[in-house]
Design a protein around this ligand. Structure first.
Ligand code: FE2
Ligand code: FE2
Length: 308
């Protein structure tokens, strides 16, 4: 099983927003995008990353949020077109980031536009497979030996904040889904936008209920956690009652070059083997855009499970 993980795509804002769309937090966000962010995220490296991802033929692609910048209706329309041009909802899924919930937006005119990429397994004929609103998460996809639980850590926040929160109800649902997947002997993968470990980001950007989540994950078990949000690669672990498990934060898939602590555009390609009884074997290739040649190459390879 090969699983690709892309995150923090931050597509360009397609057209200048209408005056009436620039409510309080969006004004600051739009100015920040005009001044800095639009130069930090570019279509060319993103195109190279996506082309490389297709070349690698993953069985499934997980995209962990921040497709947009200030959650404009036009960004969701463009975002959906972009997703549709490069992926399909049967072999890729998306879960929201804080920029996709930048301000409160009606579901149908915002994230609901991406429903085709937020499809859970169909349990009964005619049952809706996509979340009906921001509280209707997580959704779960079973792909071969793997079960992927996509959580929404991104409620709208006040200006200046990029914090995440899952809420008690969602944390309980995540625990129940992972327990069920454990009974089915799946390799259990949790996908969300915000980091779950300590020190990955500042308090202003952190998942506020990460301790509660980790407590639930300790009990339910989980085999791999994927997140985004930091725009840098994060390699961490958490404790579960079955042992230590890897946490991998993906870097942004659209950086044109290195700047400060940040690397050029990257994505992670996981190879998953083994089984629940004898232990899962997970390795990862981090594929990185080379600004000089425009090619994408393996920047590092790591063994994640069994943990050394
Ligand atoms: Fe981001
Ligand atoms: Fe983010």
């Amino acid at each position: 099983m090969r699983l690709a993980h892309l995150t923090d795509i931050h597509l360009p804002i397609p057209a200048p927003p209408r005056f009436r769309d620039l409510t309080n937090k969006r004004v600051l966000g739009y100015l920040s995008w005009r001044r800095r962010r639009r130069f930090r995220h570019q279509i060319e490296p993103l195109g190279a990353i996506v082309a490389d991802c297709h070349k690698m033929h993953p069985d499934f692609t997980a995209i962990s949020g921040d497709l947009t910048n200030i959650a404009l209706e036009s960004e969701f329309s463009e975002g959906f077109q972009w997703l549709k041009n490069h992926f399909n909802g049967e072999s890729a899924a998306f879960t929201p980031g804080n920029h996709d919930a930048y301000v409160e937006t009606p579901w149908a005119r915002g994230l609901g536009r991406l429903s085709q990429f937020m499809m859970g397994d169909r349990r009964e004929e005619n049952a809706s497979r996509a979340p009906n609103d921001a509280d209707d998460f997580p959704f779960t996809r079973r792909i071969g030996d793997c079960g992927l639980v996509f959580a929404n850590s991104s409620p709208p926040t006040a200006p200046g904040l990029a914090t995440g929160q899952l809420g008690e109800t969602q944390i309980n649902r995540i625990g129940a889904e992972l327990t069920q997947l454990g009974e089915e002997k799946k390799c259990r993968i949790l996908v969300l936008h915000h980091p779950v470990t300590e020190g990955a980001t500042s308090g202003r950007k952190a998942l506020v209920d990460r301790k509660g989540l980790r407590k639930t994950l300790y009990e339910s078990g989980v085999d791999l956690i994927l997140h985004g949000h930091t725009h840098r690669s994060i390699w961490a672990t958490i404790e579960t009652k079955n042992g230590v498990r890897p946490v991998v934060g993906g870097a942004s898939a659209s950086h044109p070059g290195a700047h400060g602590d940040y690397r050029p555009a990257r994505y992670n390609l996981f190879s998953i083997g083994g089984d629940a009884d004898n232990g899962w074997r997970i390795t990862v290739d981090t594929r990185e855009f080379d600004p000089a040649s425009g090619d994408v190459r393996t920047a590092e390879t790591r063994m994640l499970l069994p943990i050394a």
